[in-house]
Design a protein around this ligand. Structure first.
Ligand code: FAD
Length: 386
């Protein structure tokens, strides 16, 4: 359910102030230390950020998608590592439970995820399984009332802080492809569950990923999301549909910040006796950036409204993710260009943003996978009409 306008505006204002007054001043420190201060995480909990998308009856703020993309744009205005601290609770780490979980599973996990008492992680990717997510190799073999999980999950965001993992494992045969994949809820600390070392990343310092290794991890069959084996791939795709809109809104928040950084540097910096903002070649870069920002913002807000209205938006969510994440890559590149040599120096926010935005085109489905989804859906729909 959408928030009423006053409450939504208040929330937007609160998040905007938190981002600009509290988080932006910490950006460089977080990048240098690769750590978000513990007290900031506590403040995020107090603001309700861990529970943005979780319904109020489970302790969250219960934002509709169209509200969430407005808050996402505010959050995107600072380093995305901050959002990542609670991002899996808002998206991939909670939505499987919310969309397809049993009532008992919702009661058991959603209030704790909403408050930030626990962190939820989503474990789909494996060393040999990335874009071809239906080929999950991790095995889950039934033994009495429990499944025994074996395999490795790779690049799992927030794994080291997670209390519960949504894990995609194969209960069927390899030939079953997507139909053989089941989503399990696995608690941290389960016997046989180990974490790999944190990966060293290009950007988004302060957000962490690592391997999650399963050696004969016993999981009761009641921990299957929704209780029915073989539904895991469908659950994962539903989670990603919503996640793609969220990610697009983050991308457009970053785009907004980068346009502001472009403009303020263009006003400050002087060459050839005038501010560089007077040069039409600089103006062109600013104009293209602002235009792409506005286009992306408009498409994500329109698609989110259709999601809330119950329309099927898989194709358009992919279009949003494709356009917004590619656009912010171009905008970050122009921001560096406008800054000249300074844009390559880490004292300037644009250097960090340039590295940070690169990830958006890779995770939750690469740009190529979005293109495939869009084209395949259109072709399938057209063939069905013949
Ligand atoms: C920082 C970070 C955080 C992450 N967090 C998580 C997480 O929390 N949980 C999780 O499960 N995963 C996570 N991932 C994994 C991420 O979702 C995958 O890396 C991503 O889906 C791509 O898979 P891959 O890396 O195996 O690339 P591959 O699938 O090997 O792709 C390599 C290249 O081939 C292209 N390609 C692949 N198939 C096709 C095709 N059919 N046609 C054309 N081109 C194709 C791709 O677009 C890409 O350019 C994270 C990754 C990173 C880097």
């Amino acid at each position: 359910m959408a928030l009423d306008t006053d409450t939504l505006n208040q929330l937007i204002e609160t998040v905007r102030r938190f981002v600009r007054e509290r988080l932006i001043p910490l950006e460089q420190e977080v990048d240098a230390n690769d750590k978000i201060p513990d007290e900031v995480i506590e403040e995020m909990k107090a603001l309700g950020l861990f529970g943005l998308s979780i319904p109020e009856n489970y302790g969250g703020l219960g934002l509709a998608m169209s509200d969430e993309v407005l808050i996402g744009q505010e959050l995107g205005y600072t380093a995305p590592a901050f959002r990542s601290a609670f991002g899996t609770n808002v998206g991939i780490g909670s939505q499987g439970i919310l969309i397809d979980g049993t009532e008992a599973q919702k009661q058991a996990y959603l209030p704790k995820l909403a408050s930030g008492e626990i962190v939820g992680s989503f474990a789909l990717t494996e060393p040999d399984v990335g874009s071809d997510a239906a080929s999950v190799k991790m095995t889950a073999k039934l033994d009495g009332d429990t499944y025994v999980l074996n395999g490795t999950k790779r690049f799992i965001t927030n794994a080291a802080r997670a209390g519960v993992f949504t894990v995609m494992a194969r209960t069927g045969t390899v030939e079953d492809k997507a139909k053989g994949v089941t989503a399990f809820l696995v608690e941290a600390g389960s016997t046989g569950l180990e974490l790999g070392a944190p990966e060293k990343k290009m950007g988004q310092k302060g957000a962490h990923v690592c391997d999650v290794i399963f050696n004969d991890v016993a999981v009761h069959k009641d921990q299957i999301i929704g209780g029915i084996p073989g539904q895991g791939f469908k659950t994962a795709m539903k989670v990603l549909d919503r996640g793609r809109l969220h990610m697009s809104s983050i991308a457009m928040g970053m785009a907004n910040r980068l346009v502001d950084e472009q403009v303020s540097y263009a006003i400050e910096r002087k060459q050839f006796g005038s501010k560089i903002g007077d040069f039409q070649l600089i103006q062109a870069m600013i104009a293209d950036s602002r235009t792409e920002y506005l286009a992306g913002k408009s498409m994500v807000e329109a698609t989110a409204a259709r999601y809330d209205a119950g329309d099927k938006v898989s194709t358009d969510a992919s279009s949003c993710k494709l356009f917004c994440t590619e656009a912010v890559g171009r905008i970050a590149d122009r921001a560096v260009q406008i800054h000249g040599g300074a844009g390559y120096i880490s004292d300037y926010a644009v250097e960090r943003f340039y590295r940070d935005v690169r990830l958006l085109r890779l995770y939750e489905g690469t740009s190529q996978i979005q293109q495939i989804v869009i084209a395949k859906n259109l072709i399938k729909d057209a063939e069905a009409k013949r």
